[in-house]
Design a protein around this ligand. Structure first.
Ligand code: PAF
Length: 271
């Protein structure tokens, strides 16, 4: 059955058209910001937003300021027509493709930076990434003023940084965290997976499996990953969660899992 808004979805680009489309509806707005190349993981965020709000806005914007590697930006998949079809089929009210010149009318003179968590984990390997991400998220939220915004737990560090930013700047939008969407073999869905060969996908699945292994210490996890054809950026435990970032066939993948009770009791026994 087609979702309630399927035939009515409006596609906008300019801020003026966005404002007109938002004010044409009454009631709460859920917002799903994305960089496109949409997959079932994004669809699950949209579905959750649709179940909790009468109106849902989704944005598709490949944000250049969060790419520290220009080759990564260039290779990032752009699939506008397929993205529109997915958003329409999942009941989005307004699909917004922001214009670069409007979002960055200030030419990135004004930036949101965070001075603690953004330097950990991915921050050590992607200088400037979180400043670009936080800046664009604040711009998107301020432009749309949604009631709720939806972020996936795959980018857990991003989620926590956005949570902190909304609190720090008294932004009234409610942050809704959504569980990681995994394939049948446990691999977290990511737009980057599409750039892997079949062998690369098998390696990525092995990475996801080892990261989830309840008995691995960080050292035994590292040892088992070193037998695979990948390079490790980091494997770290933070706040009851295990985080990993690896490169497979030149593609950077991240994942995280809550630490198991086994890990927690191991830690306690060492105290
Ligand atoms: O997670 C993403 O896709 C991006 O970091 C976001 C939140 C859309 C900002 O560009």
């Amino acid at each position: 059955m087609a979702p309630k808004n399927a035939s009515k979805m409006v596609v906008v680009e300019s801020l003026a058209d966005l404002r007109a489309a938002l004010s044409a509806q009454v009631g709460d707005w859920g917002f799903v910001p994305t960089m496109g190349a949409l997959h079932a993981g994004h669809a699950s965020l949209v579905e959750r937003a649709c179940s909790e709000n009468p109106n849902v806005l989704a944005s598709v914007f490949v944000n250049p300021t969060q790419f520290n590697d220009p080759r990564d930006l260039e290779k990032y998949p752009r699939t506008r027509e397929a993205d529109i079809a997915l958003l329409r089929n999942h009941g989005v009210t307004v699909a917004w493709f922001p214009r670069h010149e409007e979002l960055y009318a200030d030419t990135f003179r004004y930036q949101v930076s965070e001075n603690l968590l953004s330097h950990e984990l991915c921050g050590k390997f992607r200088p400037g990434h979180f400043t670009g991400m936080l800046t664009v998220v604040l711009k998107l939220i301020q432009a749309a003023r949604p009631t709720r915004v939806y972020f996936g737990e795959k980018d857990y560090q991003q989620l926590e940084l956005v949570r902190g930013m909304l609190k720090a700047f008294f932004v009234p939008t409610e942050l809704c965290a959504c569980p990681i969407f995994r394939d049948e073999a446990g691999l977290a869905l990511s737009s980057r997976n599409a750039r892997l060969s079949q062998t690369g996908i098998s390696t990525a699945r092995a990475f996801a499996r080892e990261l989830a292994h309840p008995e691995h210490t960080l050292q035994s996890l590292r040892t088992s990953l070193e037998t695979l054809d990948l390079s490790i950026d980091y494997l770290e435990d933070h706040d009851k969660r295990r985080y990993g970032a690896v490169n497979i066939e030149g593609i950077r993948l991240i994942d995280n899992r809550p630490l198991s009770t086994h890990h927690e009791s191991q830690k306690e026994s060492k105290l």
